[in-house]
Design a protein around this ligand. Structure first.
Ligand SMILES: [Cu+2]
Length: 347
């Protein structure tokens, strides 16, 4: 009888040890297993590219060119606008070929005033995904992703990574015109992907020749003194101005640096304006980025894996307490089977 009981006690202890070891293994295994982090969302960047044939130009051109993206991977929302005068019958498009010369991205033909947006996931300069298809884009000699207007092959452009190496360079066209009877810049916001940057602005007075309305593209310093000025441009005249935007509070033009005027409403931007129509609201601004960094929503509570580690830990502890109880009880010399108690009439 005593021997059987001792054997039972040993069996109990062995069983307890096996269970404890199993639980410990599970707990440690769960703790050691890496918590997989969710892949960071891809940031997005929106830019509008105009294609226009400027007065006295022999071929249409893209603006801005290059299209600068702040980083890769990125989702580029590229809006393409045929910005020719509505009297033009030319149809433009944006096309991106793969390395074997097959067009993969194509906006379709767009008449003057029409626009289309393509959404490109640029994983790297060698990998672009469009409409679910990944391909290796044709690159320019400077390493940018090449695009062109299929019926007007002289119009070429590229998508480049801003930064790296020397200062990035952005060329853009700003149009002066009349909108709803008011003198206005057609595209009043120049978006820079980053600063410092060399900005080349081609200013075109897009009024009809018959209108006789002249405009300027002007940037003043913080005290209101004119620093960069196109001079009065007659309708359909254009001029290019190049300056370095070191920051939104520092511009270098022709070797002279100055603090540019900011919009009066306090926006972090550089204001530009038309001298004769400033008081009528012919204003524009240069900003940094319509770049949307990925939004990581902070989550309440704990990660599911951490939750289960906790639950398993608590369960393992409770089970271990229970096992300990039986181990201690069965190894005690005072141990009596409960049925023995009952037989003797004890509680
Ligand atoms: Cu004006």
């Amino acid at each position: 009888m005593e021997r059987a009981r001792a054997k039972e006690g040993r069996g109990m202890r062995t069983l307890a040890l096996v269970i404890a070891a199993a639980l410990l293994t599970v707990s440690v295994g769960t703790l050691v297993a890496p918590v997989e982090a969710a892949a960071p969302p891809t940031p997005s960047y929106s830019v509008t590219v105009f294609e226009v044939t400027l007065p006295n130009a022999t071929a249409p051109a893209f603006s801005p060119n290059p299209v600068l993206i702040p980083e890769v991977p990125i989702i580029l929302n590229l809006t393409f606008l045929n910005n020719d005068n509505t009297s033009s019958t030319a149809q433009y498009n944006v096309t991106v070929d793969n390395t074997t010369g097959v067009p993969v991205v194509w906006t379709g033909p767009l008449s003057a005033g029409q626009s289309a947006t393509v959404r490109l996931t640029i994983s790297s300069m060698d990998n672009v995904t469009y409409l679910g298809t990944s391909f290796r884009p044709s690159l320019t000699t400077s390493g940018g992703i090449a695009f062109y207007d299929a019926p007007h092959p002289a119009a070429t452009g590229e998508i480049d990574l801003a930064g790296g190496g020397g200062l990035p360079h952005l060329h853009t066209i700003v149009y002066g015109n009349t909108s709803n009877g008011q003198p206005r810049f057609e595209n009043p916001i120049i978006t820079l992907p980053e600063v410092p940057i060399i900005l080349n602005v081609t200013f075109l007075n897009n009024q009809t020749v018959a209108s006789l309305v002249a405009h300027t593209f002007t940037i003043a310093d913080s005290k209101g003194a004119v620093e960069i000025d196109s001079g009065l441009m007659a309708p359909q005249q254009s001029v290019s101005l190049q300056f370095t935007v070191n920051s939104l509070t520092n511009i270098t033009y022709k070797g002279v640096s100055f603090v540019p005027q900011a919009p009066s409403n306090g926006t972090a931007a550089i204001q530009f304006y038309c001298i004769p129509h400033q008081s009528l609201g012919m204003l524009g601004m240069i900003v940094v980025g319509s770049f949307t960094p990925p939004v990581v929503v902070p989550q309440k509570g704990v990660l599911l894996r951490a939750y289960w580690i906790g639950m398993i830990g608590i369960a393992a502890m409770l089970v271990w307490i229970g096992i300990s109880y039986f181990v201690i009880k069965s190894s005690s010399p005072h141990f009596k089977d409960h049925s023995e108690h009952l037989r003797k009439g004890l509680p």
